[in-house]
Design a protein around this ligand. Structure first.
Ligand code: FAD
Length: 497
């Protein structure tokens, strides 16, 4: 499995006077240099940004207390909606120099928020430990990971915030605060509200996070029909620690990727002999202009992008690509045995628009089987509208979180996450704009319409628009950031500040 290239992700440079900052808050002066920040899909950017990278907690505190401008903390800048990107005249803080493990004992790691998940996993593995939850990529910072309530898959595994025991945050109003899960009363309420804070309360310096012993997974990948997927969904959710389904629009093809911890096994073969990508390569050789040797060297994501790019907005063409993709998945069934960190990261394709919805599937009055019903309704809407929807639509699950702002809020619930996608297969601005219009128009409207009936909330890193009522969040924000310094254009659009 290949990791997503992040070469276009944010490259943050320090432009302030680091040594002076460490000693004296008055010297937290912006340099004349400036940066352009761009997210991974090239869908959001922020120009002429001065980025400060404090290298100690005291320089971080000095930076916040010495400036009266807006302040926005940017992690790896990966969020599809550019969630962290500052507006102009904002002090942009990046913690790439606050990236170490401060303590590790009793299966709790205390880590600076600027460390990437990848680097944290490497360090933890030296003590035979790992994170209890992993997303499909690991290039994000720990701060960005928690602030958006990122999730992996498995009904017993909450989003990352469910494993945070405490955190230290530098706020504009109160300076440094430390909040813990063991706090009581109002302090505990602050912990739950500020934990998934979307950068709106200040800059988190560090987290204490529960970790678990390293484990290997035996992963089985196979294809079901839609009817079989619906019939077996409950069983598969319960039988596997991690399980995701990938539904291919217009095809009776649901890919199941399911894994359990295992101590090593012989790997039986399920797929066909030969190259599983052959149906996609054949179609590209027939229809594309590419050199056939070049086509043979392409991976799955690249093949899909090249194929779609031939006529990306033509539903009839996209159906043909999806049919070739479905044949690939059938050919590619089988077992893999590897570490959790290798198998739970997965290739999610090239530059893309995504919208991911989260809804409760048990408790809270929602009937069992809501997750299967949601998928059938969504596919029915997409297919009857004739949308050029490529594969796959990803369906994952998680346990709940006590964090008020997590889309999976509710410690007793089980939650389902569904991600719709359209790939930005070209650099041609006109076609990219048309893809964007289709995705942010009809595609997203259909998803949100279906989601409404299930009380669905949108993943914070994948919400482009729409206002949200968040009274408690706003009250606490006004308390710790009375001058409203930690917002950006996105928070203005969504929360009104
Ligand atoms: C290819 C791809 C695959 C993805 N897969 C998944 C997935 O499987 N599951 C999932 O849930 N998400 C997924 N995401 C979303 C991704 O996990 C989040 O966008 C990511 O966690 C953001 O991390 P970041 O370091 O890039 O933060 P940024 O995008 O830079 O920031 C995100 C938010 O966190 C805030 N923030 C960051 N650091 C701090 C800090 N120290 N203090 C205060 N606020 C802070 C920012 O202000 C902003 O509000 C994926 C994204 C991409 C591009």
């Amino acid at each position: 499995m290949s990791l997503i290239p992040v070469t276009t992700a944010l490259t943050v440079v320090y432009v302030g006077d680091r040594d002076a900052l460490m000693e004296d808050s008055s010297s937290a002066c912006p340099s004349s240099d400036s940066e352009t920040l761009q997210n991974w899909s090239g869908t959001h950017s922020s120009d002429s940004i001065k980025v400060y990278s404090p290298s100690t907690l005291s320089s971080l505190k000095s930076l916040l207390s010495s400036t009266t401008s807006k302040v926005r903390c940017v992690g790896s800048g990966l969020s599809p909606n550019g969630l962290s990107f500052p507006s102009s005249s904002t002090t942009c803080v990046n913690l790439s120099d606050l990236n170490t493990i401060l303590n590790l004992e009793n299966n709790i790691v205390e880590v600076e928020a600027g460390m990437t998940v990848h680097d944290l996993l490497v360090e933890l593995s030296k003590s035979n430990l790992t994170l209890p939850v992993l997303a499909s990529i690991s290039e994000q910072t720990v701060g960005g990971f928690v602030n958006v309530s990122a999730h992996g898959t498995g009904i017993g595994v909450g989003p990352i915030d469910a494993f945070v025991e405490s955190f230290k945050i530098v706020t504009p109003g109160f300076g440094l605060l430390e909040l813990a899960r063991t706090d009581s009363g109002y302090q505990r309420k602050l912990f739950d509200i500020m934990l998934v804070g979307l950068g709106c309360f200040g800059v988190v310096y560090s987290y204490k996070i529960k970790v678990v012993s390293s484990y290997n997974l035996l992963q089985k990948q196979f294809v079901l029909t839609r009817k079989e997927a619906v019939a077996r969904m409950e069983e598969l959710k319960k039988d596997y620690k991690h399980m995701r389904m990938m539904w291919v629009p217009y095809e009776d093809c649901v890919v199941v990727v399911a894994s359990n911890p295992s101590d090593g096994v012989e790997l039986p073969k399920l797929g066909v002999d030969g190259d599983p990508l052959e149906p996609m390569k054949r179609l590209l050789k027939e229809k594309g202009s590419q050199d056939s040797k070049l086509v043979d060297g392409l991976g799955m994501g690249e093949l899909r992008d090249e194929l779609l790019n031939i006529d990306v907005l033509n539903p009839e063409w996209v159906k043909k690509v999806n049919a070739a993709e479905a044949r690939f998945w059938k050919n590619n069934s089988g077992y893999v045995y590897d570490s959790n960190s290798k198998l739970l990261n997965f290739d999610c394709g090239g530059q893309q628009h995504v919208l991911e919805l989260c809804f409760e599937t048990t408790a809270g009055g929602v009937k069992q089987g809501a997750d299967a019903e949601f998928m059938l309704r969504l596919l029915q809407e997409i297919e009857s509208a004739g949308l050029p929807a490529p594969g796959p639509i990803e369906q994952r699950w998680s346990a709940g979180s006590s964090a008020t702002m997590s889309p999976a809020f509710g410690e007793d619930g089980d939650f389902c996450w569904v991600g719709g996608i359209m790939y930005l297969t070209t650099d041609d601005a006109e076609i990219r704009n048309k893809i964007t219009d289709t995705f942010s128009g009809t595609y997203s409207d259909l998803m949100l319409k279906v989601g409404k009936g299930f009380g669905a909330k949108t993943h914070w890193a994948k919400r482009e628009s729409g206002t949200v009522e968040a009274d408690e969040f706003n009250q606490i924000r006004k308390l710790v950031d009375p001058e409203g310094r930690c917002g950006n254009e996105w928070t203005a659009k969504v929360f009104g500040f």
